[in-house]
Design a protein around this ligand. Structure first.
Ligand code: NAP
Ligand code: ZN
Ligand code: ZN
Length: 347
């Protein structure tokens, strides 16, 4: 086994603290890399605090992981020592179900292995994420990172990036579409960047008046303060799509009213509690309320290549490992601009 160190939660109430653990020895198809940066996703908070239920402790969070390869197994063909490498939300899957065969490992019918707070495919060994100094992962679940991009700002593409890129692609969002992005945080700011890059008209729906200038700088064409009833009324029946990135409970019915006939409300935000939906808000105008989860391996690589070609990265605030709890508190207040990334050299 290989000694590793990181930060872990020991239970749902304790702050994250230094933690020593072991990674597996390199198998023939494994890639080992030193983690240089790891993004901080709101899913880390949900899971550390066991808001979704079933959390496994000790938990080393982190699924926006980038660094440089330090060793490869004998049969590895896709990476060599010194290459940039990334790992996102999944480190393995069954590889033979209908979803896996289509490159939709995020929807593996036999249960994929989440990067942390999960189990390896033996369904026993716990997985540990990117708030750590190194990781060892099968090469099929490791991504190539364009050398041209700022590495720290690439990290959030591994979750916030792919989670917004994937539904925009699936629903073929592009020129002629009016898209609303709900919630300007890690996912929200990437949704704005991609929807603008794909040619849509983009409106930011936010609870924070202070984010209007940033929303425009990120490329949003319009800004609606959702606390202002008059501003909300002005966009009733206006949008083809809403990309909903909100992490806390909110009223879906209100936002469904902002869609056109045939409009689609895409949930990527994952509030822990169930919501009540008035079905008349859907059937009256043939609207859809749908969800989307991260992205598969081929699409994640496609997204990273797209970002390399179009010079798209995340807007980040780099933090030392020791400031993780403060970062969580700030995210819970909506005070994030627009992704915290941990500098792993501070571990
Ligand atoms: P984040 O950076 O904390 O941003 C969330 C934003 O939501 C906030 O900045 C705020 O934006 C808005 N917001 C917060 N509370 C709100 C409320 N009560 N009503 C309306 N808006 C509110 O979080 P994130 O990392 O982007 O993650 C967002 C959600 O997506 C989390 O639930 C996370 O678990 C989930 N997620 C899902 C997937 C997936 O695969 N589906 C992947 C990653 C993350 P404003 O200040 O602009 O209002
Ligand atoms: Zn995430
Ligand atoms: Zn599968």
């Amino acid at each position: 086994m290989i000694a590793a160190k990181g930060y872990a939660a020991q239970n749902a109430k304790a702050p994250l603290a230094p933690f020593q653990f072991e990674r597996r020895d390199l198998k023939p198809h494994d890639v080992q890399f030193d983690i240089h940066f790891c993004g901080v996703c709101h899913s880390d908070i949900h899971q550390v605090r066991d808001e979704w239920g079933g959390s496994i402790y000790p938990m080393v969070p982190g699924h926006e992981i980038v660094g440089r390869v330090t060793a490869v197994g004998d049969h590895v063909t896709k990476f060599k020592v010194g290459d940039l490498a990334g790992v996102g939300c999944i480190v393995d899957s069954c590889r033979h179900c209908e979803s896996c065969e289509q490159g939709l490992e995020q929807y593996c019918l036999n249960g994929n292995s989440q990067t942390y707070n999960g189990r390896e495919q033996d369904k026993k060994t716990p997985t540990y994420g990117g708030y750590s100094n190194l990781i060892i992962t099968h090469e099929d679940f490791v991504f190539h990172i364009p050398e041209s991009l700022d590495l720290a700002a690439v990290a959030p593409l591994l979750c916030a990036g792919i989670t917004t890129y994937s539904p925009l692609k699936y629903w073929k969002v592009g020129p002629g579409h009016k898209v609303a992005v709900l919630g300007l945080g890690g996912l929200g700011h990437m949704a704005v960047k991609f929807a603008v890059a794909f040619g849509a008209e983009v409106t930011m729906l936010s609870t924070s008046a202070s984010k209007e200038e940033d929303a425009k700088r990120l490329g949003a064409h319009k800004f609606v303060l959702t606390k202002d009833a008059d501003q909300v009324k002005a966009v009733k029946g206006y949008f083809d799509f809403i990309i909903d990135t909100v992490s806390a409970p909110h009223d879906y019915n209100m936002y469904l009213g902002l869609l056109k006939v045939n409009g689609v409300h895409i949930c990527v935000g994952a509030p822990p509690t169930p919501a009540e939906i008035g079905v008349f808000n859907l059937l009256g105008s043939r609207k859809s309320l749908v969800g989307s989860n991260t992205g598969g391996m081929p699409e994640t690589q496609e997204m990273l290549n797209y970002c390399g070609e179009h010079n798209i990265v995340s807007d980040i605030e780099l933090i030392p490992m020791s400031e993780i709890d403060t970062a969580y508190e700030r995210m819970l207040k909506g005070d994030v601009r627009y992704r915290f990334v941990i500098d792993m050299s501070t571990l």
